[in-house]
Design a protein around this ligand. Structure first.
Ligand SMILES: O=C(O)[C@H]1O[C@H](OP(=O)(O)OP(=O)(O)OC[C@H]2O[C@@H](n3ccc(=O)[nH]c3=O)[C@H](O)[C@@H]2O)[C@H](O)[C@@H](O)[C@@H]1O
Length: 437
């Protein structure tokens, strides 16, 4: 500001328009006036250089980033690692941004993508909804070993996302970052809005603003079917009666995705996951904390419906879900763009919503029996009427669309999947096997 002062002081010296001069705009007059009378003075020329440099600098700073790497600040120290991680092994490989990369599905999917030769960059905020130590272990034991670099950051950070999309031209985004869990919405409702709505919009904004907008594959949920009684649940069925805030945010996500697809030509596939379980799973899920409580001889609550009605889930093994995710990426068509910013719109973009379930529901009672068998420990069970806090009595996926679109064919039954989970659990938590039958 002090540098500008002497120049600004000269404004007072501009003569009034007496009519002898051709009328000119004051700013233009000012420039002419200054150039005519003072460019010979070295001091003034210096001030002019400073002034013009400032104007040029302000002009460039106010321009949106079109040149990759120009404004990278948050990521610049990691840019080499990020680019390396993003480089596919073959020219035909995809370049995928996986959000929620240290999450359960995110970690498994990132590793699978990387192993088959795709370029992968992870993004995760390591939020403390459940044990951050487990997330860190997924990173060190799964992602690091596979060569997947994870950027620590939030999907709500639009500056970070812009930098990331400037740095790497992603062909796909596998968006798995979310506030998960049905019952926790009673405790922290705003976290669901922040992650599943605000965060999702932020990711879509970043994608749509990318030089070449990537295709999006993201995680919706079986919970959108609410209390529907027609089984199996088909993508054609109504899903406008969510019974948990979690389900409501996932349903809202599907509507938001549709709007972005329609307006911005983003290719979007929403996958409705059905109670995904397996090694490295989420400790907030029943199969996981039942295992812990059974081993600690702690009582577990098994929910039941009115008149002792059975509660059941279409438990889906992690490897099957990962195959579905990869196949959704492979079959995703390119985004067509919105025709703005001088880009040509290339027609309607693809929009899909697909169930990824196992299509063979199992009761929670049976789940507990299988865990007892695998852990060789008798559970202390208490039957409890299912609380009205967002839970639904049963889920059952119709997977015919997944079969058709993705060639999806789940192959792991609950007992086989739980055996793998239990093996991992005992190993990870270094549990000494003791029988209490
Ligand atoms: O399918 C989905 O989309 C959802 O699956 C799970 O939700 P949920 O099926 O309710 O899984 P759990 O919380 O692990 O519950 C599994 C079953 O155990 C029952 N349960 C849970 C807790 C408990 O103490 N006792 C009990 O019997 C539940 O009622 C449910 O039938 C995930 O937690 C959600 O994030 C996911 O989106």
């Amino acid at each position: 500001m002090t540098a500008l002062k002497p120049i600004l002081n000269h404004i007072d010296t501009i003569p009034p328009n007496t009519g002898k001069f051709k009328p000119v705009k004051p700013s233009v007059y000012f420039i002419h006036h200054r150039l005519r009378f003072h460019t010979s003075s070295p001091k003034c020329a210096l001030w002019w250089i400073i002034f013009l440099s400032l104007i040029i600098m302000l002009f460039f700073l106010s321009q949106p980033s079109t040149t990759p790497h120009l404004h990278t600040t948050m990521l610049s120290s990691k840019s080499t690692l990020i680019r390396l991680s993003a480089t596919p092994r073959s020219t035909r490989g995809h370049i995928v941004l996986v959000t929620g990369a240290v999450g359960f599905v995110g970690a498994h999917a990132s590793v699978a993508l990387k192993r088959r030769g795709d370029g992968v960059v992870g993004l995760d905020n390591y939020n403390p909804y459940y044990d951050v130590g487990l997330k860190t272990s997924r990173k060190t034991q799964l992602l690091d070993r596979a060569g997947v670099f994870v950027v620590k950051g939030d999907i709500n950070d639009d500056v970070l996302l812009r930098e990331l999309f400037d740095l790497v031209q992603f062909t796909h985004v596998l968006h798995l970052a979310a506030q998960a869990g049905v019952r926790y919405a009673m405790i922290d409702p705003s976290s669901y809005i922040k992650s599943n709505i605000d965060g999702f919009v932020n990711v879509l904004e970043a994608a749509k603003n990318a030089v070449v907008p990537p295709a999006i594959v993201w995680a919706s949920s079986s919970s959108v079917y609410g209390l529907n009684s027609k089984v199996p649940f088909s993508e054609q069925d109504r899903t406008d009666h969510p019974v948990s805030l979690y389900a409501a945010t996932k349903k809202a996500g599907e509507a938001i995705a549709h709007a972005y697809n329609h307006i911005h030509g983003l290719s979007i596939t929403g996958l409705r996951f059905f109670t995904v379980y397996g090694p490295w799973g989420r400790p907030d899920m029943a199969y996981f904390f039942f295992t812990k409580d059974i081993l600690n001889r702690k009582q577990i609550s098994i929910f039941e419906g009115e008149n002792h009605g059975t509660i059941a889930r279409d438990f889906t093994y992690i490897d099957d879900v990962v195959k579905g995710c990869l196949s959704a990426i492979d079959t995703a068509k390119k985004s067509t763009g919105n025709g703005r910013n001088g880009r040509k719109k290339k027609g309607e973009a693809q929009f899909r919503i697909i169930n990824l379930g196992n299509t063979s529901p199992v009761s929670v009672h049976k789940l507990v029996m299988l865990l007892e068998k695998l852990l060789k420990v008798k559970a202390k069970k208490k039957m409890v009427l299912m609380p009205r806090n967002g839970d639904v009595p049963f889920t059952h996926a119709d997977i015919s669309l997944a079969r058709m679109e993705l060639g999806y064919k789940p192959s792991v039954d609950l007992e086989t999947g739980l055996r793998k989970f239990v093996k991992w659990y005992l190993d990870y938590y270094d549990v000494k096997k003791k029988s209490s039958w």
